[in-house]
Design a protein around this ligand. Structure first.
Ligand SMILES: CC(=O)N[C@H]1[C@@H](OP(=O)(O)OP(=O)(O)OC[C@H]2O[C@@H](n3ccc(=O)[nH]c3=O)[C@H](O)[C@@H]2O)O[C@H](CO)[C@@H](O)[C@@H]1O
Ligand SMILES: C=C(OP(=O)(O)O)C(=O)O
Length: 423
């Protein structure tokens, strides 16, 4: 049996929904505590399945992890206990592969399992590996594991073929203690990279160019532990912004930083949404679903439209009158939600990597299946907007990345019940 959500649709949502710490910043920052010995306090960590998996991995590598209260962790790094990150843990979460950067910088030899693909794409790690090699690591691959010898690293100029978020983060963590200057060209510019970089700078790292496509790192011999608070989750915020638009009532979102969402803000404004901040950090979202215009959007790395908002955006577009188009350019297989949406009454077809959405049809509740994290979140949104009852199966995908999703939505008027279902 697995957990599912039973959602009663068409309820008005009112009040303020809070945004938790960002999964995609908390994961690399917690992994960043492997870079140097000491006692760290990491605050605003979301309560997620992925965080629990990572804590197991950090403990397995020798760290002492104490959850001092719901969202704050103390991590004591007294050095690595072992030099291998096993498949058993890495297979559960791709971000675990980011331990390789700190391992390479601290251990002469290390072994990390290859993460494997997932529903949205094959997701290779060749760019991470090429970068480590440029820093002087000797890499071999045996039985699904990457073995690295890294006793003689030095700064290098690395040009990424694609601005990979994970490769940029892994290479930053590998390079901060490597002698000499490392330049990461065509680096990812996502806000989570900036958050990780600021954490490393707080530890004493010398990094410039964060948020640009050229990151320069001047290696230092030693860093020090620090206290750090993780940024708010921009994808969670975007998901609740869409929840607000597609439901009746006046749902506001607390700690939604629109600037972190790249062109998401201007795309919604072009469709007819007007954003307004109240009391500094409460976002009010104005605009009637019936009067919004359709859109043509393509996902591209930040500051382009975020791929992690694509399924939720598609759901919104399916409720807007007219024909919209959504092109996915970051992951080759991120349209698994389309047949599930269509089971609920949407008219979406995929032509050459572009989803063509004939919007404005009413949704009716159905039994649907989450294939991955954001597809799952988008199906919950569909359930909120649909007539009748929707049952979303396999919500373990959603639990990976949304802190208390049903609890937060129920507090503002939704009716979502966690139930047990056959997988
Ligand atoms: C934990 C985390 O932060 N996850 C985010 C991170 O994933 P992740 O770090 O895995 O995403 P990347 O930016 O690395 O991947 C983007 C694209 O590059 C390809 N690629 C990547 C690395 C590589 O070595 N070779 C290669 O070909 C991938 O297959 C994918 O098609 O950024 C993605 C893109 O914004 C987001 O959707 C994920 O939510
Ligand atoms: C794809 C995502 O995450 P991950 O890289 O952890 O699979 C996501 O957050 O939407």
């Amino acid at each position: 049996m697995v957990d599912g959500f039973k959602i009663t649709g068409k309820r008005a949502l009112n009040g303020v929904i809070p945004v938790s710490g960002a999964k995609n910043a908390a994961l690399p920052i917690l992994i960043g505590t492997l870079v140097e010995k000491g006692e760290y306090i990491i605050r605003n960590v979301p309560n997620l399945r992925d965080i629990r998996v990572l804590v197991k991995l950090l403990e397995d590598l020798g760290m002492t992890v104490e959850q001092i209260n719901e969202n704050d962790y103390k991590i004591i790094n007294n050095g690595f206990r072992r030099n291998e990150a096993s498949y058993e843990i890495v297979k559960k979460m791709r971000a675990s592969f980011l331990v390789m950067g700190p391992m390479i910088s601290n251990l002469n030899e290390s072994v990390v399992s290859l993460p494997g693909g997932c529903a949205i794409g094959s997701r290779p790690v060749d760019l991470h590996i090429k970068g480590f090699e440029a820093l002087g690591a000797e890499i071999t691959q045996v039985h699904g594991y990457i073995h690295a010898k890294s006793d003689n690293l030095k700064g290098a100029e690395i040009n990424l073929k694609f601005p990979s978020v994970g490769a940029t983060e892994n290479l930053m963590m590998a390079a901060v203690k490597v002698p000499g200057k490392t330049i990461i060209g065509n680096a990812a510019r996502e806000p989570e990279i900036v958050d990780l970089g600021n954490f490393l700078i707080k530890m004493g790292a010398k990094i410039t160019g964060l948020g640009t496509s050229s990151i320069e790192i001047e290696g230092v011999e030693e860093l020090h532990a620090c206290e750090y608070s993780v940024m708010p989750d921009r994808i969670e915020a975007g998901t609740y912004i869409i929840a607000s638009i597609i439901t009746d009532g006046e749902l506001k979102v607390k700690d939604a930083r629109l600037d972190d969402l790249g062109v998401f803000k201007s795309e919604l404004e072009d469709m007819g949404i007007i954003f307004e901040y109240e009391d500094g950090n409460i976002l009010k979202i104005n605009g009637k679903l019936e009067s919004l215009k359709p859109a043509r959007i393509r996902t591209i790395p930040h500051p382009g439209f975020p791929t992690d908002m694509q399924p939720q955006m598609m759901l919104l577009l399916s409720l807007v009158n007219g024909t919209s188009e959504l092109e996915e350019t970051v992951f080759e297989n991120r349209f698994m939600h389309v047949p599930e949406f269509n089971r609920m009454g949407t008219d979406i077809s995929i032509r050459h990597g572009v989803a063509v959405v004939s919007g404005g049809l009413p949704l009716s509740g159905a039994e649907v299946m989450a294939s991955d994290l954001r597809a799952g979140a988008a199906l919950v949104l569909a359930g909120l907007a649909a007539e009748g009852t929707t049952v979303v199966n396999r919500v373990y995908h959603i639990d990976r990345g949304y802190d208390k999703l049903e609890e937060k939505l129920n507090k503002v008027g939704a009716k979502i019940e966690r139930i047990k279902l056959d997988a």
